[in-house]
Design a protein around this ligand. Structure first.
Ligand code: NAD
Length: 545
């Protein structure tokens, strides 16, 4: 029961997204809180309200209009917004996050209704603590922060990148029950080098070139320190920073504060989950496989690192584990004689003669799995897939590049060219299909299987650090929840329609590891599953009387 004297009253209550129940306020609440006359007499059930949302949404003709409608609903009635999302996550996720958010971000200044989140601008450097004090909630446990430099595949969108932390945090809540009142989307506005935005009259960010170097580092340091001061139990998730900054920030902060980077660690975990589920079909051990990546960027290196660590956990020395991961980039096979490699690529530069084409690399290395993270459409041609199918009874083919137009091959191509033997997953979704009378359901290696659950585990346990081992545990837990029926149709991820149940189970297993490793900030409960369930947000109106 709430202390009614601390609650907003009258029109303030109707305009408070967290407390507003709109047409579902009861008669007694209307009397007690000065709402008589401010609402029509009809009192809706929550089910009818939900039906109205679906009806109104269906009248919108474009996904961007649906995005704007849902954003306004979040401003008006947060509970109803989450009730809608959680009623049909597979339908709503693409509207509040990718791909629609990719359409919304470039136009963010134009479609703005009511600002959400916190803009921490370089102009306010030296005063970041004061900026945080303006946020009305004093207990924040989870921040998603971007500097807007590499928004999805769209590049530098400056302050328009705010759509990403907002959308992503909505998924933390809808997919894993992280309470929305404890979350905070943040944009570090350090300018933009996007000339068309700088010329756009609707652009709302700082109109200057990006801050770089020591000034940038000091500013991020000030932000991180201010968060530590203001919210001592807060986890910071770095999101959509340019690759160099992403790697550097994770390295700088991961052993000092509770933080992670979903683009690096979440991506790696979701790919590992797909591999572990695929190995249930192949009936093979991880440390017996050979992985060949097309693409040696942040996604490829991140996945190769987590695969190696996971093999090492199975007992393989880490050097041997890394030798089971091979990378090809735009200059050919990554090998020990190359002098153009980054520090993060070096551990995967093994002794080998130069190999120019990906097909030649497949022939030479005979991988059990190929993983496309190159952004090169059609790079897995018929010759590559036929060769994989010649080498392997069940070749593992992951075409993870986004969007669909960049996919290294389509699901249909993978199945056709391997005579239905490929175990396929993609970054962007492909519809189920028939091949020679059999149904195939391609899995989508969507990070949403991992980051919301990780957020829930961290929030519930008040974890002090986020380790790679926790991501390996999350991957194992996702893979374990793929049913035999899923595997029978080639689906190597759990269905997105049951994402909340999947995530809560993942969160439970990660939380157990957090307690086991002594990283929790709260006492270990007797029943960790019940503990996680009890912490999870439910989209229900709270009685006010
Ligand atoms: P990146 O720019 O850091 O890396 C791209 C890599 O591809 C580079 O190593 C580059 O040399 C290589 N490459 C480019 N052209 C090539 C060619 N012709 N032949 C061989 N290699 C070539 O990008 P990233 O962040 O690593 O992302 C790569 C892709 O992975 C993107 O499409 C991204 O959307 C996708 N991704 C998917 C998921 C997921 O499915 N969950 C997660 C993260 C990234």
């Amino acid at each position: 029961m709430q202390d009614r004297h601390k609650l907003p009253y009258g029109a303030d209550l109707l305009h408070h997204p967290r407390w507003n129940k709109s047409t579902a306020f009861t008669e007694a609440e209307r009397e007690a809180f000065g709402l008589i006359g401010l609402l029509p007499e009809g009192i809706d059930t929550e089910e009818l309200q939900l039906q109205r949302v679906h009806l109104q949404l269906n009248q919108k003709t474009t996904d961007l209009e649906k995005y704007i409608f849902l954003s306004s609903l979040q401003d008006n009635d947060e509970t109803l917004f989450y009730k809608a999302l959680m009623s049909a996550p597979a339908q709503f996720m693409p509207l509040v996050y990718t791909p629609t958010v990719g359409e919304a971000c470039p136009k963010f200044g134009m479609i703005l209704r009511r600002p959400k989140g916190l803009y921490v601008s370089f102009k306010r450097r030296g005063r970041v603590r004061d900026v945080l004090k303006n946020w009305p909630v004093k207990d924040v446990r989870f921040i998603v922060v971007t500097d807007g430099e590499r928004i999805l595949g769209l590049g530098d969108l400056g302050a328009n990148g705010m759509g990403i932390p907002i959308g992503k945090l909505a998924l933390y809540t809808a997919c894993a029950g992280v309470p929305p009142q404890l979350t905070l989307p943040v944009t570090l506005d350090v300018g933009t080098n996007n000339e068309s935005l700088l010329r756009d009259p609707f652009y709302l960010g700082l109109r200057q070139q990006r801050v770089r170097g020591a000034a940038y580092d000091d500013f991020v340091d000030e932000f991180v320190a201010a968060v530590q001061d203001a919210y001592s139990d807060c986890c910071i998730q770095f999101e959509d920073f340019a690759n160099a900054q992403a790697v550097a920030l994770l390295a700088r902060y991961r052993d000092r504060i509770c933080c992670f980077n979903d683009d690096i660690q979440g991506t790696a975990a979701v790919a590992l989950a797909g591999i572990l589920a695929a190995l249930r079909i192949v009936q093979g051990k991880l440390h017996d496989q050979t992985f060949l990546f097309l693409g040696a960027g942040s996604a490829g290196i991140g996945i190769a690192n987590l695969l190696s660590q996971s093999m090492a956990r199975e007992g393989l020395p880490i050097e041997d584990a890394r030798r089971r991961c091979w990378l090809v980039n735009s200059k050919g096979l990554v090998h020990s004689q190359r002098d153009d490699l980054t520090d993060s690529q070096r551990p995967f530069a093994h002794d080998h003669t130069p190999v120019k084409s990906f097909l030649a690399a497949v022939e030479a290395l005979r991988p059990s799995a190929i993983i496309g993270v190159s952004t090169v459409p059609k790079a897995f041609g018929k010759d590559v897939i036929e060769t994989m199918a010649r080498i392997n009874h069940r070749p593992i083919i992951f075409a993870l590049s986004n969007p669909t137009s960049c996919s290294e091959c389509t699901a249909a191509e993978a199945y056709q060219w391997s005579q239905g033997r490929a175990i396929f997953a993609s970054g962007s979704p492909f519809a189920p299909l028939q091949f020679e009378g059999k149904t195939f359901v391609p899995g989508q290696g969507n990070n949403v299987y991992v980051f919301p659950a990780m957020g829930m585990a961290i929030y519930a346990t008040q974890a002090r650090r986020v380790t790679d081992e926790m991501f390996i545990e999350a991957a194992r837990s996702v893979a374990d929840q793929v049913t035999q029926e899923n595997l029978d149709v080639g689906l190597i991820y759990p269905p997105q329609s049951s994402i909340l149940a999947t995530s809560l189970r993942v969160a439970e297993n990660v939380a157990r590891m957090i307690f086991d490793r002594g990283l929790a900030g709260v006492d270990r409960p007797a029943d960790i599953a019940a503990f996680i369930q009890a912490k999870a947000y439910r989209p229900e109106y709270r009685p006010l009387l």
